[in-house]
Design a protein around this ligand. Structure first.
Ligand SMILES: Cc1ncc(COP(=O)(O)O)c(C=O)c1O
Length: 382
């Protein structure tokens, strides 16, 4: 058996060069050497976010980015519409409530995307809603929402659209400026292909205007302070030097490939996972599957938590299980990060071996050969 494989929906496998960069001797963040790197990263992040607006780097996990958007853009007592289609939607709605938001929850069935018409209806009936919160991909159900359609609706209202793109930005096409998104957050341990610890936040013009007037107290997550420091070529707090140097490498690799081609490769991985899973007799949990993570229904009679554990212990493949109402019922395979074809093939092969151990009717060797054939028939054209 070859090495262990990590195909979770974050954290993800790291490029060998990223691993080397992270192991380099430390340099200080107030040095010309680091200033050059930071300037390049801040510029390249704009293309990555498909925006002309500044993208701020925060030393926190993704939830800190979600909180930054709330504390800079929500005034106490304001009405908020939160699209809740899983764990992370719930988290953002809870966060808005903690900061005094009066939250309308638009609950979706798990595994289903939100209906943009429902968003339009609620906004029409509640003209005082000031913020709309949504995930781009709800990771707990591996479901992608139609952000373009939602943005088209929200941008015609007074409300700002804030998108948790933590499992989306860098994995597939999310157009901050063109679609008129007002706040977008990404996380380092997902399609940014770094370890956990950074997040990235971007605001539209109208969001910056609101941030300037917003009265909610904040200190560490005050985006205006960070922006001012960035304009002087530095970060407000100590910079996460090692992560930012590794980010410089990742962004330059993606720009060499081209963002759309990079997305095409991510789509290919997602298509592969869905297709081979179907050939194995497994079905998808989500009716709107994301290109960043695939949730597969665990066959009747098999405990998904046990299957996941067995796959990890015996076959050295780490994927994630389901949470809350999907606990024991699904496994989630992430396809972001540094992934080679052998990782994809081995994951499906070893999943078949694990399922066979649970008496599921599958032929692992056949899965391996169809996986190889599929990838050969769908080459990634650099
Ligand atoms: C969609 C989404 N939002 C938010 C988070 C929270 O991010 P973090 O754990 O980095 O705080 C995650 C993490 O998995 C996520 O997938």
């Amino acid at each position: 058996m070859s090495n262990a494989i990590l195909l979770a929906p974050g954290p993800v496998q790291l490029h060998p060069e990223v691993q080397k960069i992270l192991a380099q001797p430390m340099i200080h963040h107030r040095t010309p050497e680091f200033d050059t790197i930071l300037a390049r990263v801040l510029e390249n992040l704009k293309s990555f976010f498909q925006t002309k607006h500044p993208v701020l780097i925060q030393t926190s996990t993704g939830s800190g980015g979600m909180e930054a958007l709330i504390v800079n853009l929500l005034n106490q007592g304001e009405e908020v519409l939160a699209i809740v289609s899983g764990k992370f939607g719930e988290r953002w709605a809870d966060m808005a409530e903690v900061y005094g938001g009066r939250v309308h929850r638009l609950n979706c069935d798990w595994g289903k995307p939100v209906d943009p018409a429902a968003v339009k209806k609620i906004l029409g009936e509640n003209p005082n809603i000031k913020l709309v919160l949504t995930q781009a991909t709800e990771t707990s159900t591996a479901t992608a929402h139609d952000i373009k359609a939602i943005a088209e609706i929200v941008s015609k209202t007074e409300a700002l659209l804030l998108v948790d793109g933590i499992t989306a930005v860098g994995a597939y096409d999310i157009r901050m400026d063109e679609w008129k998104i007002d706040g977008l957050v990404a996380g380092s341990q997902k399609a940014v292909m770094l370890p956990t610890g950074l997040c990235f936040v971007c605001l539209s013009e109208r969001a910056w205007a609101k941030a300037k007037a917003c009265k909610t107290p904040r200190f560490y997550f005050d985006l205006q302070k960070e922006l001012k420091s960035n304009q002087k070529g530095e970060t407000y707090f100590s910079s996460a030097v090692a992560h930012i140097k590794a980010l410089d490498f990742v962004l330059s690799e993606i720009s060499k490939t081209g963002l759309m081609k990079h997305f095409a490769e991510q789509r290919r991985r997602a298509d592969f996972t869905r297709e081979i899973a179907k050939q194995m007799g497994l079905s998808l949990y989500s009716s709107s599957p994301s290109d960043s993570v695939t949730a597969l229904n665990v066959p009747e009679g098999i405990d998904g938590a046990k299957l996941r554990e067995h796959l990890e212990k015996k076959y050295l493949v780490t994927v994630m299980g389901g949470q809350d109402q999907a606990k024991g019922k699904i496994i989630r395979i992430g396809h972001m990060g540094y992934i080679q074809e052998v990782h994809l093939i081995e994951t499906m092969y070893r999943l078949a071996l694990a399922l066979k151990d649970f008496s599921f009717n599958v032929e692992p060797e056949k899965v391996k050969s169809t996986s190889t054939t599929w990838l050969e028939a769908h080459p990634f054209e650099q």
